[in-house]
Design a protein around this ligand. Structure first.
Ligand code: CA
Length: 326
């Protein structure tokens, strides 16, 4: 198999997280189909604390029969800008359903730190690894700080984060993953010019509906994965409705899943190229992502920023792949 046709080598950086869980399930279906190679999962503190995101990532890998994949523990950021998102994702990060999943085999105390895993893999496979970042960019920034230039060794860094032409979701201007640590985002934005950014501008239209969960589970209603998808959808729908995240529509936003659409179903998205930067000083706008839209010559572009998504096509692909997993 030539390199162009070999499955992409992926490191998934994640803070599960209800929508992270759906992105992980989608990715594991693609791995199961031989379309992706997952080298490691680097968990991050974000939606909930570092130990819970580590445990949740392990449990989701175990649920999908990939427990051999290494999970890193998140680098702790001592100075947090904002609170976690347990009000959406449940106190355990998974809609208070984590206790229904298999007990993790990997131990948080013995796990390697996520930045070490990033540095080791990027050094071993320079230019080959796609990093999918679904969380605050703390781990990536820690790797870059410890080993300057290391993120340039990534083939591509795909980031769910930011809000450009719409309101933020944690402050009037800022999106959660970026607002959690604007300083970490700044380090990552300056580290590599092959960034792909999937902001709230596109993810806000990705409302996963209870009937979608039902259509997946119908393929194999008794499976543990089906049961988990149904229960998590129910829990996330309830919190999302009560926090008015979906314009009153019964469902919830699967923000993080959009990264897999970019990588495997790119026809579902449209992009513009530009230089993305983050406000790290603003009193009211800290964590806001900015891309210069003025018509003038520009230097130093670093990112493709998603502008539009065809959510019908995206969900069609998503559902078919999840049906293969359950
Ligand atoms: Ca996330």
């Amino acid at each position: 198999m030539n390199q162009q046709l070999s499955p992409p080598k992926i490191i998934l950086d994640t803070d599960p997280g209800g929508d992270d869980a759906f992105a992980i399930l989608w990715l594991m279906s693609l791995v199961k189909q031989g379309l992706a190679e997952l080298l490691a999962v680097t968990s991050v503190e974000g939606n909930v604390n570092a130990k819970l995101t580590f445990t949740n990532a392990c449990k989701l890998l175990q649920l999908t029969n990939f427990s051999e994949i290494e999970v890193g523990r998140g680098v702790i950021k001592t100075q947090k800008e904002i609170a976690d998102a347990a009000f959406i994702h449940g106190n355990d990060g998974l809609g208070n359903l984590a206790h229904t999943l298999p007990f993790p085999q990997q131990s948080y105390e013995k796990a390697r730190y996520s930045d070490e895993i990033l540095i080791e893999n990027l050094t071993t496979f320079p230019g080959e690894i796609t990093i999918i970042a679904l969380a605050p960019l703390t781990n990536l920034a820690a790797a870059e700080t410890k080993s300057p230039g290391i993120l340039k060794q990534a083939k591509e860094i795909i980031i769910m984060g930011g809000a450009f032409n719409i309101a933020g979701n944690v402050t009037p201007e800022a999106e959660f993953n970026i607002a959690y640590s604007p300083e970490a985002a700044e380090i990552v934005f300056n580290s590599n010019s092959n960034l792909v950014i999937l902001p709230l501008d596109v993810t806000r239209s990705l409302i996963f509906l209870p009937q979608m969960a039902e259509s997946i589970s119908e393929v194999n209603p008794e499976s543990d994965i089906s049961q988990f998808i149904l229960a998590l959808t129910k829990a996330m729908t309830q919190t999302s409705l009560s926090h008015r995240e979906t314009q009153g529509i019964s469902g919830f936003l699967v923000h993080d899943a959009v990264t897999l659409a970019y990588l495997f179903y790119p026809e579902t998205l449209q992009f513009q190229r530009g230089r993305v930067e983050v406000e790290v000083m603003g009193k009211l706008t800290k964590g806001k992502t900015i891309c210069d839209r003025r018509h003038r010559a520009k230097m130093g572009t670093n990112a493709w920023v998603a502008q539009q998504v065809n959510s019908a096509d995206l969900f069609a692909a998503f559902l078919e792949d999840l049906k293969i997993l359950v």
